[in-house]
Design a protein around this ligand. Structure first.
Ligand code: UDP
Length: 255
């Protein structure tokens, strides 16, 4: 395999220079972290499953007109994506109370929210991704009011679509986190597009019958059956590769 330049290594993914200008290769690792990096582990087969799940969901979203960074899957663990400038805001959409909103506001986990709630967090590991308001985002220049409107509108459309898609396979979308990037089209027009990933690492997914958790909370809370849960999500979406998860050798990187 050709040696290529590693652009960035995150907690669950590595980004490599893409084969043509304006593209990046997104490599999905099996590494898992939680609680702002304090808990670390490996979920065997996760990278391969997340690569497939994110591919599937991004393609479906493209199908309803949501612009995404996804170009194509390259192999078991890698996908080609458009190079974007990541907006340093994590957008969380919630349908049912769980995790930090339950703790912060004392709402019992599992309580349906009166309506979908959108929250913003500043992407900063050292600060532990603090929650911020639109005021902070515009005052510090992380995004403009128009960008925020676009991100909000897209987040709610993504939520509505994914809620329905997942419910169709017996999964309740409790909450999820997305990230956006700035992308310049062929006319040098800036567009905000969906970037990063949508996977059980970044969503809370509960079985609609039993409320069993099918996401990273199994890892966060030491519940066991983590690989099986990710596999179950892929299986229900009809994208579990034949033969199940198998490892492929990672790319050789040079720094
Ligand atoms: N989330 C994420 N990355 C983060 C923080 C949150 O993907 O850095 C996801 C998380 O998996 C959940 C949703 O965003 O689906 C809401 O997370 P919450 O604010 O409840 O925080 P957590 O309980 O994960 O600390």
């Amino acid at each position: 395999m050709a040696r290529r330049r590693r652009i960035y290594e995150g907690k669950a993914k590595v980004l490599y220079e893409g084969p043509e200008p304006g593209t990046v290769v997104q490599y999905f690792k099996d590494d898992a972290t939680a609680f702002n990096n304090q808990k670390k582990g490996v979920i065997t087969g996760k990278g391969m499953l997340n690569n497939r799940i994110s591919e599937y969901l991004m393609q479906k979203l493209e199908g309803i007109g949501i612009p995404t960074h996804f170009v194509r899957r390259l192999n078991m663990r890698e996908q080609l994506v458009r190079e974007v400038e990541i907006i340093p805001i994590e957008v969380v959409v919630r349908n049912i109370a769980a995790g930090s909103i339950s703790q912060r506001l004392g709402i019992e986990e599992g309580t349906p929210l009166p309506r979908s709630i959108v929250e913003f967090y500043f992407k900063n590991d050292e600060l532990g991704d603090p929650m911020v308001s639109e005021e902070h985002i515009t005052a510090f220049g992380w995004a403009s009011p128009q960008d925020i409107d676009d991100m909000m509108a897209m987040a709610l459309r993504i939520n509505d679509f994914l809620v329905g898609l997942l419910l169709g396979v017996g999964i309740r979308l409790v909450d999820f986190k997305i990230e956006y990037g700035r992308w310049w089209d062929e006319n040098d027009q800036m567009r905000i597009i969906l970037a990063d990933e949508i996977t059980p690492d970044s969503c809370r997914l509960w079985d609609s019958q039993t409320n069993d958790k099918l996401d990273k909370d199994r890892f966060r809370r030491d519940m066991g059956g983590v690989e099986e849960a990710y596999q179950e999500v892929a299986r229900r979406l009809g994208i579990l590769p034949e033969g199940g998860p198998q490892d492929v050798k990672g790319p050789v990187s040079i720094n």
